[in-house]
Design a protein around this ligand. Structure first.
Ligand SMILES: [Fe+2]
Ligand SMILES: [Fe+2]
Length: 276
């Protein structure tokens, strides 16, 4: 549907960033910070699952899909690398990925009990959520209005590439004979599992900053509610676009958002170098 290119964002992570880099707002800054904490483990799992299925004996892939899978792997590997740098900065600021061991355990258990195609169904669900969030980021640049260039770039770049490769795992799942029912089941599990992981990390970050103390709690609740459920809030976007996935006729490119993707890439081409 669209040519997939792996890029390197020109970011100097040694400069670090403020803990409340998004508009001096802890509730919105930590939404992104908590997401960053889960990306490296998640994306390594995505790469492994997609590679495993694509190498299955007897599976014949179209040359286009085979090329797309390679580009997907390169993009996700580069995301992992940059979010590791991001997360080192978070750790320097005193934050911790409190779900790290739980995510490791989940991965080991899924390796033990699930077939490669079943793991790929989980990846497809995660990829749908990252594509939906990516679409939100591309469509709402005002969210990063009062943010440093580093953050505008990493989140814009990641959003653009998640959009670009949003159909790769889905197409692989279909090509490998993946069933709708398992796809839907995986989506429900991923929705629940990810909400729990995200909430745990997010609340821990707010707690470390004292944002959950009684005196600061009303302000934190107001900021978080407005970010998730205000006009144009990310929560509405995730719910509305998330449930499209349930349709048996769903395909990631049924929602064609190439226009916002291309616009972001044109506006930021001088801040990226090509990997492939
Ligand atoms: Fe990614
Ligand atoms: Fe992805």
């Amino acid at each position: 549907m669209t040519h997939i290119t792996a890029r390197i964002p020109l970011i100097d992570w040694s400069k670090g960033f403020d803990r409340h880099w998004n508009n001096n707002n802890p509730a919105s800054s930590h939404v992104f910070n908590a997401l960053s904490f889960v990306f490296p483990q998640g994306e390594r799992f995505f790469i492994k699952a997609a590679t495993e299925v694509s190498r299955q004996e007897g599976l014949v892939l179209s040359p286009e899909l085979a090329v797309d899978i390679k580009a997907f792997v390169m993009q996700e590997a580069m995301h992992t690398k940059h979010h590791q740098h991001y997360n080192e900065n978070l750790e320097r600021l005193g934050y911790k990925n409190v779900a790290y061991n739980y995510i490791e355990w989940l991965e080991k258990e899924s390796d033990k009990h699930l077939r490669p195609i079943q793991k790929l169904a989980f990846v497809c669900a995660y990829e749908h959520f990252t594509a939906v969030l990516g679409n939100y980021v591309l469509k709402h640049p005002e969210v990063f209005k009062a943010s440093p260039q580093t953050m505008k770039l990493i989140w814009g770049w990641h959003a653009a590439e998640e959009t670009e490769h949003k159909a790769v795992c889905f197409d692989l799942y279909q090509a490998a004979g993946g069933k709708w029912l398992w796809r839907i089941f995986s989506f429900a599990i991923v929705g629940l599992e990810f909400s729990m992981i995200f909430t745990r990390i997010y609340l821990n970050m707010l707690w470390r900053d004292g944002c959950l103390n009684l005196t600061r709690l009303p302000k934190t609740l107001f900021q978080a509610t407005r970010f998730f459920w205000g006009i144009g809030g990310v929560g509405w976007h995730v719910v509305i676009h998330g449930i499209r996935y349930l349709s048996p006729w769903f395909h990631p490119w049924n929602m064609d958002n190439r226009q916002v993707l291309d616009q972001w890439l044109v506006e930021n081409h001088d801040k990226l170098s090509k990997l492939s």
